[in-house]
Design a protein around this ligand. Structure first.
Ligand code: SAM
Ligand code: SF4
Ligand code: SF4
Length: 347
C-alpha cells in the first residue's frame, strides 16, 4: 500500500485501497439539475416539476470543493472531471475551474456536458483551465434524440456545442453515446460516420444499470464487441493500445486512417481492477463506486469547521477501506434497491 506509515500524518502520502488501487481521479458533480431529461438518467416521470432538487444551501461552496480537490491532490490525485447533472447550469463554473486550476499537483481538468450551453461557455471554460471536454450525443436523428433526451431539443444544438468546443481549442474533444438496443442502436454507424476524420473521438458506452429508475435490463445492452462489428462492416477497425494503464475506453482505429473510436464496456468487460476514481456529489457526499449505495457525507465536517488536513484524513480513511468492484460482481448485487442515481454523482 502507498501510505507511508513512518509519517504521523498522511499529508503528502499516496493512498491505496484494499485492492491496491491508488486514488488518482476525482469526479466532481457540481449540480444535480439538468436541462434535459434523458430516459436512462433522469426520466421525466421521476424528475418532474415537483422533484426536490438540492437547494443552494445544500451545495458545497466553491471553497469547499477546492478543499476536497486539494486534499485529493495531496494524496496523489492528478485528474479532475467536472460533471453533474448538467455542470454548465452551475453559476460561475469558470470561476471554480480557475480555482481548481491553481491547485498544485492537478495536471488535468476535464468536463462532461450535454453540450447545449457550450456555445455560451466554451471559451471562458477553456481560458479558465479546462483541458478536455466530453460531450454527450446519443443520436443524430431528431425524433430519436428528442425521445431519449426527454426535451424538444434538436441534435443540431449539441452539434453547435461540439463546434464551439472545437473552436475554443480544447486539448481533446470527445463525444459519448449511450447505446440501448431498439432505441438508438441504428445510430451507431451514423454517429461513427459523423465524427470520422474530424479529430473528434466518438465513444460508445454500454447502457449501464446505474441507479434504480432507468428500467435497465441486460437484454437492452449492446455490447462493445457488437458495436465494433457493426462499425467494421462499414468502416473497418483495428484495435490499438490504451493511451495509459487503466484507460476505461477500449480504443480502435479506422484502417483507412480516419481517426479512432472508443468503447466503454463496463457491462461486458468490467474494469474495476483499475478503478481509481472518487466521486463527489454536489451536496458533499463522497462515493467510492458509481454503483455505490454508501455515501460518506462531508458537509458535517465542513460545518464543524474542518480544514484541508481534516478532510484529507477523512478521505484517506475512506479510500483505505475501499473494496468496491461492483461491475465484476454485478449479478450478486443486481437486486440492490438503493443504488445512487447517475445524475447525483455524474457518471
Ligand atoms: N449532463 C452531462 C452529460 O450528459 O454529459 C454530464 C452528466 S451525465 C450523468 C454523464 C454521462 O453519463 C453522460 O455521458 C451520460 O450519457 C452517461 N450516463 C448516464 N446514465 C447512464 C447509463 N445508465 N448508462 C451509461 N451511461 C450513462
Ligand atoms: Fe442530464 Fe446528462 Fe443525465 Fe442526460 S445524461 S439527464 S444530460 S445529466
Ligand atoms: Fe469502479 Fe465501481 Fe465501476 Fe468497478 S463498478 S469500475 S469499482 S465505479
Amino acid at each position: 500500500m502507498g501510505f507511508d506509515h513512518t509519517h504521523s500524518t498522511p499529508a503528502t502520502c499516496a493512498v491505496s485501497d484494499k485492492l491496491g488501487r491508488p486514488l488518482h481521479d476525482l469526479r466532481i458533480s457540481v449540480t444535480d439539475r439538468c436541462n434535459l431529461r434523458c430516459t436512462y438518467c433522469m426520466p421525466e416521470e421521476h424528475f418532474g416539476d415537483k422533484y426536490p432538487f438540492l437547494q443552494r444551501r445544500d451545495l458545497l461552496s466553491f471553497e469547499e470543493i477546492v478543499t476536497v480537490a486539494r486534499a485529493v491532490a495531496s494524496m496523489g490525485g492528478v485528474k479532475l472531471r467536472l460533471t453533474g447533472g448538467e455542470p454548465l447550469l452551475r453559476k460561475n463554473l469558470s470561476v471554480l475551474v480557475a480555482m481548481l486550476h491553481d491547485i498544485p499537483g492537478i495536471d488535468d481538468i476535464a468536463l462532461t456536458t450535454n453540450g447545449i450551453l457550450l456555445p455560451q461557455f466554451a471559451q471562458e471554460l477553456r481560458d479558465a483551465g479546462v483541458r478536455r471536454v466530453t460531450i454527450s450525443l446519443d443520436s443524430l436523428n431528431e425524433a430519436t434524440f428528442a425521445k431519449i433526451s426527454g426535451r424538444p431539443i434538436k441534435p443540431t444544438s449539441v452539434l453547435e456545442g461540439i463546434d464551439a468546443a472545437r473552436a475554443a481549442g480544447f486539448g481533446a474533444v470527445k463525444v459519448n453515446a449511450v447505446i440501448q438496443k431498439g432505441v438508438n442502436d441504428e445510430d451507431i454507424v451514423p454517429l461513427a460516420a459523423q465524427f470520422r476524420g474530424t479529430g473528434v473521438v466518438m465513444r460508445f458506452i454500454e447502457f449501464m444499470d446505474v441507479g434504480t429508475l432507468n428500467g435497465w435490463n441486460r437484454k437492452n445492452v449492446v455490447t462493445g464487441a457488437e458495436m465494433v462489428a457493426r462499425i467494421s462492416e462499414r468502416y473497418p477497425l483495428e484495435p490499438i493500445a490504451p493511451n495509459y494503464h487503466g484507460e476505461v475506453a477500449t480504443r480502435y482505429r479506422y484502417t483507412d486512417g480516419q481517426g479512432e473510436v472508443g468503447f466503454i464496456q463496463s457491462v461486458s468487460q468490467p474494469f474495476c481492477g483499475n478503478c481509481s476514481r472518487l466521486r463527489l456529489a454536489p451536496n458533499g457526499e463522497l462515493y467510492t463506486c458509481l454503483f455505490g449505495n454508501q455515501s460518506h457525507p462531508l458537509k458535517p465536517l465542513f460545518e464543524d469547521g474542518a480544514d484541508e488536513d481534516a478532510v484529507r484524513d477523512h478521505i484517506h480513511s475512506i479510500w483505505s477501506g475501499r473494496k468496491d468492484r461492483y461491475s465484476e460482481i454485478r449479478t450478486e448485487h443486481s437486486a440492490s434497491a438503493n443504488r445512487v442515481e447517475m445524475y447525483h454523482i455524474g457518471g
